[in-house]
Each structure stands twice: as C-alpha cells, then as structure tokens.
Design a protein around this ligand. Structure first.
Ligand SMILES: CCCCCCCC(=O)SCCNC(=O)CCNC(=O)[C@H](O)C(C)(C)COP(=O)(O)OP(=O)(O)OC[C@H]1O[C@@H](n2cnc3c(N)ncnc32)[C@H](O)[C@@H]1OP(=O)(O)O
Ligand SMILES: Cc1cc2nc3c(=O)[nH]c(=O)nc-3n(C[C@H](O)[C@H](O)[C@H](O)COP(=O)(O)OP(=O)(O)OC[C@H]3O[C@@H](n4cnc5c(N)ncnc54)[C@H](O)[C@@H]3O)c2cc1C
Length: 664
C-alpha cells in the first residue's frame, strides 16, 4: 500500500531528520539497531503479536497472554536477552502477559527481601519457572495503610512454623495480580505476631497450589475477583488462608529475622520492606512515557491525514491538525512524552545508583528517592491518563473504537494512578518530605538534593526575571519560576500547618486540614522536577544532536515549560511568581511555539519509532492509510464473517413476524 500523500508531505517538510532524534532517544545508533531487532523479534512473532486481541473473549485473551509470556521466555533464551531487554519486551506487549507480576514483583521481592540462603533456594525455582508467584500485599480492607494489614502470621515456637490466617472478610488478600488462577506461590505480606506482640508487616513465601494438579492446597481458598475495566489478563485475585502453616525459613529475612526460639530482630531501615514498591514505581514512570508516546504517535498521524471542514471559506477541507484547537490537544502530549523520556532515563540511573548503596547497607539516600519515586509515579500517571483521554477524544468517533490502538492503551493506563500507591497518598508522602526540607531551610542549614533550590531565599518584593522577549524562551529562567512557585506553595502549606497547630489543633489534625495545600505543593514539586530533568536532558542526552534537531527538541522543552504555566496559571499568579501581564505574554509565546512545533509534529512522533506491529492501530499506521485500515479491521471482525447471525432466527425473525411478546 502506498503512503498517504498527506502524511508524506509532513515528513518531506520537517526541518530535521527523525532518525537523529530516534538515536538520541535510544542512546546511540547501535542501540536503535539493537532495539529494532528486538522489536522485530516480538512484533513478527505470531504468539506475541497482539493483532487480534480486540476480537477475543476474556478466556482467550488470558490463554494468549500466558502463551505470550512463555514465548517471551523462549526468545529471551534464544537471543540471550538481559533483564532490560525482557522488561522492554513486556512493555512493548503493553504488559499483556499473564505472569507479569511473577516477573516484575515476585522475583524482585525475593531478591530484595530475602537473605542469601533464601535467594539460593527460591530464585532458581522462580527464574526457571518451576514455581510461579504473585505479590500479595493488598487486602480487602487495606491497600494504602499498610500498618493496618490484618492477615496474621503467628509464630509457633513449638513447631518452628508460622501459622497464617485470615481473621475476617476485610483481611483477605484482594487485588494481587496473577493470584486468581496463575500462581503456585505468593510473597505474602502479613502482620507478624510473636507471643501476641505485633512485629509489623513482614514478607513470607507461601505455597498456594499443588504444582502437579494446580489445585489449591489445604486451607487455601483462592480465585479471581471478577471482570475489570481493562488488564483482563493480569488475573487479579482474592485469597483466604485458614491456619496455613509454613516453616520458619519462609519468612523473607533480609531486614527482619525471627530466631528458632521466637526472638525478633531488625536490621536495615525502618521501611526497607517497602523496597519492592519503589522499584515498580520506577517502572510505572517508564510505562507512562511509553503510553504517551504511543498515544501521541497515533493521534498525530491520524490528525495529519484526516481532513474535515474548512478554515478559509470555500477552500479545500483541511487536515484537522491545522486547527489550533486540535494542536492544543496533540502538541502538549508530544512535548510531555519527550519531557517524560528525559525524566524516566534520569530516574532509571538514579534508582540503580541508590539501590546499590542500599545493598551496601547505606540507607542515607532512601528518604529522597522515596519522595522522588512516589512523586513521579503519581505525577506522571496523572498527566499520562489525562492526556491520553484528550488524545482519544481528539480522534472524534473513531476515538471510541478499540481498533484505534489508543483506547486500550488509555484504559490500561488508567490503573496506574491507583496501583503501587494511590496517587493522592503518594503526593502526601512527597509533602511530608517537603515539610522536612522546609524545616531544615528554616534553621539555616543547607537543603540537599532535588530541593536544594529551597536554600535560595525568595526576595520580596519579587520580580520574575522575565525582562526581554528572549527571556520567555530561556528554559533556565522558566525553571526558576517553577522552583520559586514550588517553594512558595510549600511555605504557604507550612505556614497554614503551623497556624492551625498554634491555634490548638493537634499536629495530625492540622495535617489533614492542610492536606489540599500539601498535595498542591507536592504536585508543583513534581512538575518542577520533570522540567528540570528535561532541561538537563538537553545538555546531556540531546547535546550531540545535529543543530536542526536540537533546535526542535529545545522548542519542545520551551513549549513544555510555557504551556505548564498556562495550565497552572493560578499557582503562578497566586504566589506572585508572575504577574498578569507576564501571563499574557507567556500565553502568546506558548501559542507561537505550538505553531512552530506543529510543522514537525509527524516527524517528532516518527522519532519514537514504534513499529506498526506493536502499535496495533488502525488510525496511527506509519503509512497514514487510516481509512483503509479501519475498513480492513471492520471486515476482519468475526461477527462480519457471517451474512446472517443466529440471533436473526432466534429473536429478530419472530419479532418481525409479530411473535416476540410471548416467545421472549
Ligand atoms: C498495571 C501494572 C500493575 C502493577 C502491579 C501493581 C502492584 C501493586 O499495586 S502492589 C501494592 C502496592 N501498594 C502500595 O503501594 C501501598 C501504598 N502504601 C504505602 O506505600 C505506605 O504504606 C504509605 C507510604 C502510604 C504510608 O506508610 P506508613 O507505614 O503508614 O508510613 P507512615 O507512618 O506514613 O510513615 C511514612 C514514613 O515511611 C517512609 N516511607 C514510606 N514508604 C517508603 C518507601 N517505599 N521507601 C522508603 N521510605 C518509605 C516515609 O518517608 C516516612 O518517613 P518519615 O517518617 O521519616 O517521614
Ligand atoms: C489493576 C490493579 C492491580 C493491582 N495489583 C496488585 C498486586 O499485584 N498486589 C497487591 O498487593 N495489590 C495490588 N493492587 C492493589 C493496589 O495496590 C491498591 O488498590 C492501591 O494501593 C490503593 O489502595 P486501596 O485500594 O486501599 O485504596 P484506598 O486507600 O481505599 O483509596 C480510596 C481513596 O481513599 C483515599 N485515601 C486513603 N488513605 C488516605 C490518606 N491517608 N490520606 C488521604 N487520602 C487517603 C485515596 O486517596 C483514595 O481517594 C492492584 C490494584 C489494581 C487496580
């Protein structure tokens, strides 16, 4: 099929070469080649390809997702993939593999929470798929408040076993992925009791099903929790345990230990048992980038080939991408996807470094990384879901079809603000850290890390530093505005907190009565962080780009900063970081920058280089022939393979013949 001329012209008139930016996104030309080879292995494989999933039943999708997971394992062995390759493969399959939690949580939890003997025993079994596991933490009654977990593990000194039980409905495990039908084992988080003393939430390895018959073991009641909005194949389940006994060495004992005679000891940081969650939060930030890149690719390409209506009366119909309002739906998502790229790259290396320190029992970096990973998981998933919905709607009626490739991505991404810590709750963790740093700054001590900009006192009266027109496209000056806004919102929340406390409210009550302001400050911190990483990326990852490509990536960053201010203008005005005249100039600059970026919109999404066989989109194919692909997809619907469906004989015909009232 030849390429649609409407999309070809976009490529021909772009001011830079997409491939240069692709190399930057991958890290190097060699890395691009390597990724393309991996993506071809996946996209061309009939067992992995998700081409027909929209026409499958729940059970068929589940089976296909198991087969997909298995096939990924085979490819991994055949082609010697490392862990990054495997994680990317899972992401390119949109996490549509049934044993997802086994890979991303069960194994990492054993690695992080187990001691050497436990590694030696359990990891080979898990890695070779001799056992399949889940991460069972959330209960019906408690997902957020982990100190409230009710499933009990009571130590029985006489037999050196833990006895695990579910005292009431609210204490059953509820939600763990792969638990319903796909796990033989669980890393199960339960509250440990020794002689009725509560020793906090601890991790245990519990076998749930017989490995030969797959039947639940005695005392184990397990099943699926029912249909969900999406993620049909993650097989989320419930679990009730009736006095199930496990040996003492099945408590994962890296950070806390129970001796044979029931002595409880702790090593490491207080929240060390929460470390698996941190890893997954980093992974979620990466998924947010990928989902947004997918959505932006589909909708930008579709907007470049769909013509509807006219701008100049009587002139030919225009591409919908030429409407300024359509640009406002599409261009921010492209700019955000690029900003998220720089941010997730930074996050990956930051996590790896800090994790190495933690492995060496240096926990000093833990509070900051907990703040950053919690905040970015929340912020990036909030933004990604909001923008994906805008993008989906930007496709008009066809935005409601599953074949468009964006609807599924969107509803899947909708889980991310909830999983791995509900977003509001995570913002409040960030706020906790902000308040601590504020206190440090108030004593005159230097605040370190991502909030070191707090050290600089904001002078009153204040000027924004935006003097010339060029200042409005100076990303460092724009970043300063964001930093000042964050500091002022943080101070404002801190002042409110103090005021309530001084007026007699206990600290916890004052905290709750300030939590709206605290969350607002936390979001500002996250937004500032992402912009900071975007700017850093310009001088690190993007620095070797040819001049024309660097200019476009720079424009995106400027637009990201300006658009962010227009979206959050209330915060910037309220804190006095800009005045109304400056806001008007910023709005104008943002619109002008958007018009410049529009010229390169298709080339910018091409640079994401997501192949058609992974994109699975009728609207967003590289060749731009959206109408042909829509038609082909409709024709391939199994319901269209018959001219007359059985429902005709059963219901419609009797109705037409006036017999329906008694028969139905
Ligand atoms: C589609 C893809 C599917 C992916 C799979 C999804 C799998 C899942 O969802 S698994 C379940 C995930 N569950 C969660 O994330 C639970 C969310 N809840 C939490 O993380 C915590 O309980 C939380 C943070 C809300 C509060 O914990 P709580 O024990 O009440 O602590 P709290 O008393 O508030 O104290 C917080 C302290 O712990 C620290 N802390 C909390 N979490 C962490 C952490 N992960 N690392 C380091 N420190 C931490 C805080 O910094 C704070 O320190 P300080 O006291 O010095 O200020
Ligand atoms: C698709 C999916 C997959 C999942 N996979 C797993 C898994 O593999 N393993 C696992 O263990 N769990 C899993 N979960 C569970 C998930 O981690 C929890 O649902 C999540 O942590 C939120 O907890 P919750 O359901 O208790 O929400 P709740 O805490 O009940 O949240 C409800 C509301 O209360 C608010 N709220 C709660 N506490 C506070 C507070 N302190 N301050 C202010 N507001 C508050 C929240 O902001 C929210 O608005 C999964 C969930 C989903 C949807």
């Amino acid at each position: 099929m030849s390429v649609n001329p409407d999309i070809q012209v976009e490529r021909d008139t772009a001011t830079f070469r997409s491939i240069d930016v692709t190399h930057m996104l991958d890290g190097s030309p060699e890395a691009t080649n390597q990724r393309r080879i991996r993506q071809k292995q996946i996209g061309d494989d009939p067992q992995i390809n998700r081409r027909n999933i929209i026409f499958m039943s729940h059970e068929e999708r589940y089976e296909a997702a198991i087969a997909r997971g298995l096939r990924i394992e085979q490819l991994k062995a055949e082609h010697d993939w490392d862990i990054m390759d495997e994680n990317n493969a899972i992401m390119w399959c949109f996490s549509d593999i049934a044993m997802f939690v086994h890979k991303v949580m069960f194994i990492p939890a054993i690695e992080r929470l187990g001691n050497k003997e436990q590694h030696d025993k359990w990891l080979p079994l898990a890695i070779d798929h001799k056992i399949l596991g889940t991460y069972a933490q959330t209960e019906l009654g408690h997902g957020t408040f982990l100190r409230g977990l009710e499933m009990e593990a009571r130590y029985d000194k006489s037999t050196e076993e833990f006895v695990i039980s579910t005292p009431k409905h609210s204490s059953m495990k509820w939600w763990p992925g792969s638990l319903g039908h796909s796990s033989s084992h669980a890393v199960l988080l339960a509250t440990l009791y020794i002689d009725d003393q509560n020793c906090g939430m601890q991790p245990f390895i519990v076998q749930l099903r017989d490995l030969n018959t797959w039947k639940p073991l005695p005392g184990v009641e397990v099943g699926g929790i029912g249909p969900k909005m999406a993620l049909a194949t993650t097989d989320n389940g419930f679990l009730v345990l009736n006095n199930v006994r496990i040996p003492r060495d099945q408590m994962l004992m890296k950070y806390a230990q129970v001796s044979k005679d029931g002595k409880f000891t702790k090593s490491g940081a207080a929240k060390a048992n929460y470390s698996t969650m941190m890893l997954v939060r980093v992974g979620i930030a990466h998924s947010c980038y990928f989902s947004l890149a997918v959505g932006a690719t589909i909708v930008t390409r579709y907007s470049a080939v769909r013509r509807q209506g006219e701008i100049k009366p009587g002139a030919p119909e225009v591409k919908i991408l030429d409407y300024q309002t359509q640009q406002l739906k599409v261009i921010p998502s492209i700019a955000t996807a690029y900003a998220f790229h720089f941010c997730k790259e930074h996050l990956k290396w930051y996590y790896i470094e800090t994790f190495q320190q933690i492995q060496q029992n240096d926990f000093s970096g833990l509070p900051e990384i907990h703040c950053v990973t919690s905040g970015l998981k929340a912020y990036m998933s909030d933004i990604a879901t909001a923008q994906l919905e805008t993008l989906r709607r930007a496709c008009g009626g066809n935005g409601y079809l599953l074949s468009n490739g964006i609807t599924n991505t969107y509803i899947q991404t909708l889980a991310l603000p909830t999983v791995e810590g509900e977003n509001t709750v995570l913002y409040l963790q960030v706020a906790r850290y902000l308040m601590k740093c504020l206190k440090v700054a108030a004593t005159g001590e230097a605040v370190k890390g991502s909030l070191s900009y707090m050290n600089e006192k904001i002078k009153t009266p204040y000027t924004s530093g935006l003097v010339t027109r060029e200042d409005y496209s100076n990303v460092k000056k724009l970043l300063k505005l964001y930093q000042n806004m964050t500091v002022r919102l943080t101070q404002k929340a801190g002042d409110h907190l103090n005021k309530l406390h001084v007026s007699g409210q206990p600290k916890y009550e004052a905290w709750n009565n300030t939590s709206v302001q605290l969350v607002n400050a936390a979001k500002a911190y996250c937004q500032t962080y992402v912009l900071g990483m975007n700017i850093e990326g310009l001088s690190t990852q993007a620095v070797d780009l040819p001049g024309d490509a660097l200019e476009v990536i720079h424009q995106l960053c400027v637009f990201y900063a300006l658009h962010g201010i227009t979206e959050q203008s209330g915060n910037f005005l309220e804190t006095g970081c800009i005045n109304i005249t400056e806001l008007h100039i910023i709005q104008q600059e943002a619109q002008e920058m958007m018009a410049k970026i529009r010229k390169n919109a298709v080339a910018l999404v091409d640079a994401f280089d997501i192949p058609d066989n992974l994109l699975n989109s009728t609207l967003g194919c590289y060749d731009g022939n959206a109408y042909q692909h829509l038609y082909d997809s409709a024709k391939s619907d199994p319901m269209n393979q018959k001219q007359v469906l059985p429902a005709f004989e059963k219901y419609i015909k009797p109705m037409l013949q006036g017999k329906h009232t008694s028969k139905l």
